[in-house]
Write a protein that binds this ligand. Sequence first.
Ligand code: SF4
Length: 416
Amino acid sequence: MEELLKKTEPVKLESAAELRKTMDGYFTRLREAAETRNRKVAWCTSVGPAELLYSMGFEVYFPENHGAMLGAAKNADKYIPSAVAHGYSPDICSYLTSDIGAFLQNETPLQKSGFKSVPAPDILVYNTNQCREVADWFGFYAKHFNVPILGIHTPLSIPELSPEIIKSVSEQYKNLIPGIEQVAGVKFDMDRFREAVGLSHDGCALWRQVLEKAKQIPSPINFFDSAIHMGPIVVMRGTTYAVDYYKILLAELDKRIKENISAVPGEKYRIYWDGMPLWYKLSSMAKLFAKLETCVVASTYCNSWVFDDLDPSDPFESSALAYCKLFIVRSDEVKETVLENLLGEFSADGIIFHESKTCARNSNNRYGLQNRLFKKTGISYLEINGDLNDPRCFSEEQSIIAIETFVEQLAGKSGK
Ligand code: SF4
């Protein structure tokens, strides 16, 4: 193993400076809207109808992005107890519990960017395609701020995307409009919606290209980069800002490929990461894998924001299709096929399943999928117990040993 643990660091992307500018711009617009009330603020789930909200002139705030910021700042365990004291179980979504806990403590990492608190919503809009928790989460704030809450209820574990499902979700999109118009104070404009859907499509298509650059051997980007650089596609989907940023990132990755610069120097092994990131350990995990000369080349999580079925010529139906096609909404059979294909496309030597204690819907190793996938592909897997935000659920030492041993086994298997 010592031989494997070389003093290798992941190579930083130069686009990080541009990413910071793009994200700073987003937060500045949001802060100005919250302070001056020159624009209305809508809260939206991360895979919710952002295009509709942007097209109707809102600044859009995403509590999950805020949850990830709390996790990355390693503060979630400070806040979760306040939410628990408020009646939320420590076993439910730690984005929810850390976000509500921070709110109850009147703290937010946004205070560093000049916010007094999180931007007060004029309306909250969710889609349950990812989980039911978001409805409860948004319900807390709707009650607190006494503002309208609207939602799309998507069926879960979808095996086949039937016309009935698409029609039902598409109708639910349309049914949101009168409620949003009332808060926005403007009429829905089909051309502006088409424009936002088109921009979202373009941003997602670029994001897909960014992720697919990791098919290259060695890969110019890894999962830990992508988890950071996905910010614009999560919060600015449907705007030019995301499109502009991903053109810059893509150009850097092309340059890296041309110059044979890999994200992990001396890349020998390639891993697929299933499940949520460990936000509070992102950088130490990136370093650990780099030392093991292992690139985490692809992930279910980052792939989740590839909504390139969006089509401005048919914005409602295509939104329904794109947001129902999402990995997390699909049955285990569909997920198995998607993973099987991705393992092949990204030339993965192994797969790590992160079983996130507080996010059942993003933990895909609970019903035997990992065994079935192994039988089909022969690709080794490792299961890690942890959590997206709550560090108390993660045993770092034990996981590091497991990862090192796993890579050692891959080394033995491949003879590399
Ligand atoms: S998908 Fe998981 S992490 Fe995301 S909001 Fe739902 S429960 Fe929380």
